[in-house]
Design a protein around this ligand. Structure first.
Ligand code: ADP
Length: 789
């Protein structure tokens, strides 16, 4: 291994880890002498030592050495030193940048094993189910050998385990979405027995940049029953059609749209309201924003298509229809109104979390990727994760050619074809990668014209995808794929390919992020094999049109009458080479910024969710129920009385009738108005009596406690569901700067906090109502039957 000696933080980290590596290596010959039985029994020894106070760091060298020997015996693979360095990085709770083909699957088993010894569980995340299953199957033999339980945590026909059984394993291989939904469902459980997750302890995330950055903002949502549909959408659409940009509304370069004063005035007139931003017009404002966005920011046949009288969204990356995916929070309905198709039902979300917050729940996370270093700053800022670059096992000898740059798209296409034909004639395999489905279709058609047989990969079928990609290294093979296809799948070279110079990767454009480019070129030249990558760029590429500097404009005006006229002329790299970097930087910055904004919005939800879930959990899991009826009643009454300056008889009547088994007549007898204090005392007395009336039916304390527990859970869930839903609506209401110069994130946080306090009040009210107004019977078996109000 030739590490360079430049003094930087990465090298410092490597130097520290190499000391540990040395210790791991020092146990090598000892481990070799052990019998299978003895090797296996080390797991028990390690656990014992942990319980006697040794730390994981202290037993790491022996544990890694034992695992290395076990993997050698079971799989026939002896982990390279660089894999051990990667493994130490993962155990330290950092990100290991390891190139494709360096063996990340094997690397992960070391920290997984070590951390499983604490008995607190380890989760290994891979980006799709196929890979999770494959990795679990490939590695399970080693874990079994070492007496550690492991499974793939996915639900399918083969896997008949319940969630309880799955999460009892020491190590679970799964995907981020399965884990996310499991987490949400676990927190919807109504009984202790229905909860199946342990506290999140340690996660190892493969392709960590894809999970923690690219899909970090994606919320996982459990949708509940449909809401009552608003008929405002078509009306608002009619109104929005009358508006003019620059006069009634404005749009900025980040695709924010908002109403100007004139637009607000017109809407007040149109909908006959006095002040649009009065709280009572909340939904109108929401729909006005959504419909304006649908009209200004979303383009037919680019962002979505209309098919069978329905709106179908398109994947920006691949251009394919996203079946079954709809926009949230009414944006879909706004789009439907715009295109005049029947409005679909809007589902209420009952639980939601983003990946970012899901993974922040772990005590320790770590990750691997071939492309993480370029995003290190964001990893540090968002997750406090360092990125450690791990040297490759053998030096990379792949040649990454400098970009070939052309003024126009036709020139570039012709140049690519010539390049491909020349290489293909030698038998050297080619992987041609584009940023969109349309582009892959185009290159496929052109290749067909030339009579070059090839596979096309632009569908999201992970099994086939991995298969096609893994065969891309065979002699004479040409594969055309979209950039995301088969990420993380190893491409092995076929017979005779090494001699020809390995796999050639052709990038038909530079991708929106440098990380994606690196993923592509990294497909070739694995494990020190030869290889080549060549990117082609035209000034008419989407990346440069959108994010490139303005002065490129004057180079884009060449027109052709026929394809025969096109002669590719390479542009001077000195002049144009840096525009690509410039555009990628801009695009990466945009991504980072929008992720940051989403994270800020999500912060309020995160805090509230934690409080609510903590309350639920202590209710479900703790032996002693922490609930004081008296205190709850007092708080409720005082909050109720403080809601308004003057409390009227009507207010009190409504309160009592809604929450207790009270008729109006009874109330008049009870309440004689004097001071607030007197009302308060009286109310507390009445409510307390009502709540304790039901007591006589319970045979023992346990029954009563169970009843109260369920009453509280019901109350929490009912209002938390509403809260989640209204918070997601709130974000659409405050976004788009409709609040004229106010900071939407601040507005959001403030309103979210207010609504949280309101929710707490409502929960207390519901608890009392559930306790006081429920009807309880016993059936013939003596079991309690509760009818909640
Ligand atoms: P990555 O995810 O880093 O691209 P994989 O985990 O898919 O890599 O492994 C790539 C290939 O290298 C696999 O075929 C694996 O069996 C092989 N491999 C991994 N580690 C070793 C090792 N220590 N010795 C020999 N082969 C290895």
């Amino acid at each position: 291994m030739g590490f360079n000696t430049v003094f930087n933080s990465n090298n410092l980290e490597l130097i520290k880890m190499k000391r540990i590596l040395k210790k791991v290596n020092s146990y090598k010959s000892y481990m070799e002498t052990l019998s299978d039985e003895k090797l296996k029994s080390l797991t028990t020894d390690f656990k014992l030592r942990l319980s006697c106070g040794e730390s994981l760091d202290e037993i790491l060298p022996e544990a890694f050495a034992a695992m290395r020997e076990a993997a050698h015996r079971v799989l026939g693979l002896f982990a390279y030193d660089v894999q051990i360095l990667g493994a130490i990085t993962l155990h330290n709770g950092n990100i290991a940048e390891m190139k494709t083909g360096e063996g990340k699957t094997l690397t992960a088993i070391f920290p997984a094993y070590l951390n499983s010894l604490t008995g607190k569980g380890v989760i290994v995340i891979t980006s799709n189910e196929y890979l999770a299953k494959r990795d679990a199957v490939e590695m399970q033999g080693v874990f079994k050998f070492m007496d550690v339980t492991i499974c793939a945590g996915l639900e399918d026909d083969e896997n008949k385990m319940t969630k309880h059984e799955i999460y009892k394993h020491d190590i679970v291989y799964t995907t981020q979405s399965t884990l996310g939904f499991d987490y949400l469902f676990d927190n919807l459980a109504n009984r202790k027995e229905d909860k199946f997750l342990r506290e999140f302890n340690y996660a190892i995330i493969d392709e960590v940049d894809a999970v923690l950055l690219d899909s970090a903002q994606m919320p996982l949502i459990i949708a509940g029953s449909p809401k009552v549909q608003s008929n405002l959408y078509p009306v608002v659409q009619k109104f929005v059609e009358t508006l003019e940009e620059g006069i009634d509304y404005k749009k900025d370069e980040d695709d924010n749209v908002w109403y100007l004063n004139e637009g607000i005035r017109k809407s007040e007139q149109y909908f006959n309201v006095e002040n649009l931003y009065d709280d009572s017009h909340y939904y109108l404002v929401k729909i006005l924003n959504l419909v304006l966005k649908a009209n200004v920011n979303m383009t037919l046949d680019k962002d979505y298509v209309v098919k069978d009288n329905k709106i179908k969204l398109l994947d920006k990356e691949t251009g394919r229809i996203l079946e079954g995916i709809t926009l949230k929070n009414g944006q879909h309905q706004a789009l439907e109104a715009k295109e005049n198709v029947p409005l679909s039902n809007e589902n209420r979300s009952i639980a939601a979390i983003t990946y970012q917050n899901l993974f922040k729940l772990f005590k320790k996370i770590s990750g691997m990727s071939g492309t993480a270093k370029v995003a290190e700053q964001e990893f540090i800022e968002t997750y406090n994760l360092k990125v450690v670059w791990i040297p490759t096992n053998k030096p990379v000898i792949r040649i990454d050619k400098k970009d070939k740059i052309y003024a126009t798209l036709p020139e570039k296409i012709i140049a690519i074809l010539e390049f491909v034909k020349k290489i293909h004639a030698t038998g050297q395999p080619l992987l041609i990668v584009s940023g969109s489905v349309q582009a892959t279709d185009l290159y496929s058609a052109l290749l067909l014209n030339e009579g070059i047989a090839h596979s096309v990969l632009n569908a999201h079928n992970a099994v086939k995808e991995a298969e096609i990609i893994s065969e891309a290294g065979e002699l004479n093979n040409v594969t055309v794929a979209t950039s995301m296809a088969g990420r993380g799948t190893d491409i092995k070279l076929g017979k005779g390919v090494l001699e020809l110079g390995g796999l050639v990767v052709v990038g038909t454009e530079r991708m929106s992020s440098k990380r994606m480019d690196q993923q592509l070129s990294g497909r070739s030249g694995r494990q020190g094999e030869p290889g080549l990558s060549q990117f082609f760029v035209s000034l008419e590429d989407e990346l440069l049109v959108k994010q490139g500097p303005r002065w490129l404009e004057k180079y884009r005006n060449k027109k052709y009458n026929s394809i025969d006229e096109v002669i590719p002329v390479e542009l001077n790299r000195r002049k144009f080479g840096s525009v690509v970097e410039f555009a990628q930087q801009a695009s990466d910055d945009n991504g980072k910024q929008s992720r940051g904004i989403i994270a800020q919005y999500d912060e309020s939800v995160k805090i509230q969710r934690k409080k609510v879930y903590d309350a639920r959990n202590s209710l479900l899991l703790e032996e002693e129920m922490d609930f004081d009826l008296n205190k709850t009643i007092k708080l409720l009454v005082s909050e109720f009385l403080n809601k308004k300056k003057e409390i009227s008889m009507i207010d009190i009547t409504t309160f009592l009738v809604n929450n207790l088994n009270f008729s109006n007549k009874k109330i008049e007898k009870f309440i004689n108005f004097k001071s607030k204090k007197e009302i308060s005392e009286k109310l507390i007395r009445i409510i307390y009596d009502e709540c304790t009336k039901v007591r006589s039916i319970f045979k023992n304390k346990q029954e009563e406690e169970d009843f109260i527990r369920v009453s509280i859970l019901k109350a929490i869930d009912e209002h938390w569901v509403d809260q989640i839903d209204s918070l997601s609506i709130l974000s659409t209401v405050v976004s788009g700067r409709t609040y004229a110069q106010k900071n939407p994130i601040y507005e959001y946080a403030r309103e979210a906090y207010e609504s949280y306090n309101e929710m707490r009040y409502r929960i207390k009210e519901s608890i009392i109502r559930n306790i006081a107004k429920s009807h309880i019977e016993r059936n013939e078996n003596g079991e309690l039957i509760i009818y909640f109000p």
